[in-house]
Ligand binder design. Structure first.
Ligand code: SAM
Length: 314
């Protein structure tokens, strides 16, 4: 199980709130409800809690594209068959295609996101072969791809270790695994402001679906998956919006508002409008992007390597 005691770079009051809630989630056992968490995230990206996610591309694609460019910088995919895990509307896939990938199978848990990726495929812009899937249980045979990539999805996966191990399984020996993960400061201003506005009783005692990781943690994930030639870096920048409303709209679209999962449906709209105005009133116009990029290669003989590492460790 990943740690639940995350608080990122929030203000002290919000750190206390998140930690107390996490402890309650541990005590009640809801912290172990992996299936429930996955389902809430999926429903968010299906547009169940807010229409904002339908504006994913119009308000946020240019910034997702910036992340994708930063993640894949320096990598070449010429002639390769790729899998993009948590493809969303296809930002990372598009960059991989620009880098001459032969095919990108775009996989996502949300049919709404895939629909947009398909629309782009039809216009020749982004995704190939869309596939609805769960990152932690990929529906492909061992060694099906030359590389597996994933951009800005890891922070919302309950079992990140399983997701990496699945990516490793489905690539061929010698294949590349490249992850762009949410870093500890990712979107912290927007999360802090949203937590202030949220009706606390509706999030009480269930674990918040948000697990950003620092560079050391992500690197370690790749090491534990026995990858070779691991490289990592962290990229942080700030996105500026013309006003708080625009900042909220971006945040709500990209994050899909899954934190409203336990709200009565008539309350979601009221709290979302209040939060949007709060962003404006308090001048929340800057949102930090914090990306941890890490990649490595599956050993030519993975079994042999696992055996020798096991022997060395014992
Ligand atoms: C922030 S978006 C990133 C999308 C895209 N890679 C990009 O950079 O724009 C996160 C995506 O992860 C998908 N996702 C969440 N949990 C998933 C899971 N367990 N398996 C596959 N996809 C998942 C969501 O549906 C969403 O499309």
């Amino acid at each position: 199980m990943p740690s639940v005691l995350w608080s990122g770079k929030l203000t002290l009051a919000m750190k206390v709130l998140v930690q107390a809630n996490n402890i309650l989630a541990l005590a009640t056992g809801s912290a172990n409800d992996i299936q429930g968490m996955k389902e809430r995230v999926k429903r968010g990206y299906e547009g169940e809690f807010s229409d904002h996610v339908r504006q994913y591309d119009s308000v946020g694609y240019h910034l997702q594209n910036r992340s994708a460019q930063a993640q894949l910088e320096g990598l070449s995919f010429e002639g390769m068959r790729l899998l993009d895990v948590g493809c969303g509307t296809g930002a990372l896939a598009r960059v991989a295609l620009e880098k001459k990938a032969r095919t990108v199978v775009c996989g996502d848990i949300s049919s709404l996101m895939l629909k947009e990726a398909i629309r782009k495929d039809a216009t020749g812009i982004a995704a190939h072969s869309p596939c609805q899937l769960d990152a932690e249980n990929l529906p492909f045979r061992d060694g099906s791809f030359d590389a597996a990539i994933s951009g800005m999805t890891f922070g919302i996966l309950p079992n990140q270790r399983m997701a990496i191990s699945e990516m490793v399984r489905v690539v061929k020996p010698g294949g590349l695994i490249c992850v762009g993960a949410h870093g500890p400061e990712h979107y912290w201003e927007a999360i802090d402001a949203s937590l202030r506005c949220i009706t606390k009783r509706h999030i009480l005692g269930y674990r918040l679906e948000w697990w950003p990781r620092d560079e050391r943690y992500i690197r370690r994930l790749l090491e534990k998956a026995h990858l070779d030639r691991i490289q990592s870096r962290r990229i942080v920048w700030q996105n500026e919006f013309e006003n708080g409303h625009a900042a909220f709209d971006f945040f709500a679209a990209i994050s899909a508002s899954w934190w409203y999962a336990k709200f009565p449906s008539d309350e979601i709209q009221r709290v979302a409008s209040f939060t949007r105005d709060y962003f404006n009133r308090k001048g929340v116009t800057v949102i930090t992007d914090d990306i941890v990029v890490a990649y490595g290669f599956k050993p030519m003989n993975a079994q042999e390597k696992r055996g020798s590492q096991g022997a060395a460790a014992s």
